[in-house]
Ligand binder design. Structure first.
Ligand code: C2G
Length: 447
């Protein structure tokens, strides 16, 4: 008798799960299915699991493919199960290719092709909240998005569009999703849109997606003009759609904790915020060669402005930009200085100059410091006048951190407003306004 085992969460049971179990069963005579517990999913960073363990087990049972169902509670359990139950074949979807090769020492490992299309008919029948997402753009951030989205239950990445059809096809093959040759094709196949195209194309794509009734998650900087941001948010609101700017730091649990402490009075009244983020890019990178939209501020400005706006607000009295430029006239290092009635701030970013990336928040009773990479906050300290007394805080930050913003985006689509305050429309509009002021200041200097 050939014994097969497979594992999964099987949340919001859909045809991808069904087809996986069907093919796993066909590999042998006896199929064991390991279902993850809530605690294990939490530990491995899978967010947003909706169905209880009992419901998930019941859904698997109903397919009739499983001869035995067990629960998976710990990371090392697979090896032990395979030995204990004398398993011949370990099967799992191809989104995990390579990850489970270590099990080849114990049994045969088979990766079954993942199901690309979760059909709308099935979703309607199940009344399931799974959102099918279509991507616009195939760059580095788009590649980071897919594995993170797979760790958020309730969202399925269906396909990608890029006006360069070859790039879309390459990307789609790599990630086993569909390549759409037109935007219309993408809109027909999905419920929500993720925009990760070059900055200057965001505005048009957002309009078009909203006009097709799709919720939109757009990479930062969402747009580069205040008026455009206002217009898009108004249009989204009118059509009861979610428009969400993806600044991942804003949704990261550690950053959230830090803001909570900063605003709780622990360090008194906040008088100064300093945020710095630098990254050395290759000289021929898009960021350092696109003479209109490249440069450090359009690339990293959203991150460094975020804590300033969150802590001191967007009603600053004045703002000033100091930049160092490369031979192409692009800013490789920018310092933004802001004055508020009761505080000051500096936000610094660089793509061609390296500096110490830290976030420092000074108050009338103490200060908070988070070292690089504070934009993926996992640790920070609170210091007081007495140098010996330091409060230390840590928080988990998993993977690339995009999963937190995807999860919040999803909960907003599903009607929850509990994460809206993490990056308000007003803050996104202010950020677009600051981008606009920066671009105008740059142009003025060149004239
Ligand atoms: N799957 C699929 N097609 C989809 C979605 C999922 O073939 N469109 C497969 C996955 O590859 C996996 C199974 O269905 O083999 C269950 O998927 P999930 O519930 O998302 O579980 P997962 O997080 O992949 O669990 O120990 C847990 C396992 O390591 C993986």
């Amino acid at each position: 008798m050939t014994k097969v085992i497979t594992y999964g969460t099987f949340d919001l049971f859909h045809e991808g799960h069904y087809r996986l179990l069907q093919r796993a069963k066909a590999l042998g005579d006896y199929l064991m299915v390991g279902v993850t517990t809530e605690a294990y999913d939490k530990a491995r960073g899978k967010l947003n699991v909706v169905d209880s363990l009992v419901t998930r087990i019941e859904n698997i049972r109903k397919t009739g493919f499983a001869d035995e169902i067990i629960i998976e509670e710990t990371p090392g359990q697979k090896v032990n199960d395979i030995r204990k139950f004398q398993i011949d074949i370990f099967a799992i979807g191809s989104d995990w290719v390579g990850v489970f090769d270590y099990l080849k020492d114990y049994c045969k490992v088979v990766y079954l092709e993942r199901t690309k299309n979760i059909s709308s008919t099935m979703l309607r029948e199940q009344n399931s909240p799974i959102q099918r997402i279509g991507m616009i753009g195939t760059g580095r951030i788009a590649a980071r998005f897919i594995p993170e989205a797979r760790l958020v239950s309730g969202i399925s990445t269906q396909g990608v569009y890029n006006p360069h059809i070859e790039s879309a096809k390459r990307f789609a093959d790599q990630w086993e999703i569909n390549a759409y040759t037109t935007l219309e094709e993408l809109y027909d196949a999905v419920d929500v849109v993720y925009i990760a195209s070059p900055h200057e194309t965001h505005y048009e794509y957002i309009w078009s997606a909203l006009a097709h009734g799709k919720h939109v998650l757009c990479e930062k900087p969402m747009v580069l003009q205040r008026g455009q941001a206002e217009e898009l948010f108004a249009f989204a609101k009118e059509n009861r759609l979610i428009l969400f700017e993806g600044i991942k730091t804003a949704y990261c649990p550690g950053f959230h904790k830090l803001l909570g402490i900063a605003c709780s009075g622990t360090i008194g009244n906040i008088r100064n915020v300093e945020a710095c983020f630098t990254k050395l890019e290759k000289r021929d990178s898009r960021e350092l060669t696109d003479s209109i939209y490249g440069g450090s501020f359009t690339e990293l400005g959203s991150y460094v402005m975020l804590p300033v706006l969150k802590l001191l607000g967007h009603h600053f009295e004045n703002i000033r930009f100091d930049t160092i430029k490369n031979e192409k006239g692009l800013d490789i290092f920018t310092r933004v200085s802001l004055n508020y009635p009761m505080g000051i701030a500096t936000a610094t970013c660089g793509l061609g100059v390296k500096s110490e990336g830290r976030l420092l928040i000074s108050g009338t009773k103490g200060y908070i410091v988070a070292e690089a990479p504070w934009w993926k906050t996992s640790y920070f300290e609170v210091h007081y006048e007495d140098a010996g007394s330091v409060d230390k805080y840590s928080e988990t930050f998993l993977g690339d951190g995009l999963r937190y913003e995807i999860s919040d985006f999803l909960s907003m689509i599903n009607g929850s407003s509990s994460s809206e305050f993490k990056l308000t429309r007003g803050e996104s509009v202010a950020l677009a306004g600051i981008m606009e002021q920066f671009m105008n200041a740059e142009n003025r200097e060149e004239q």
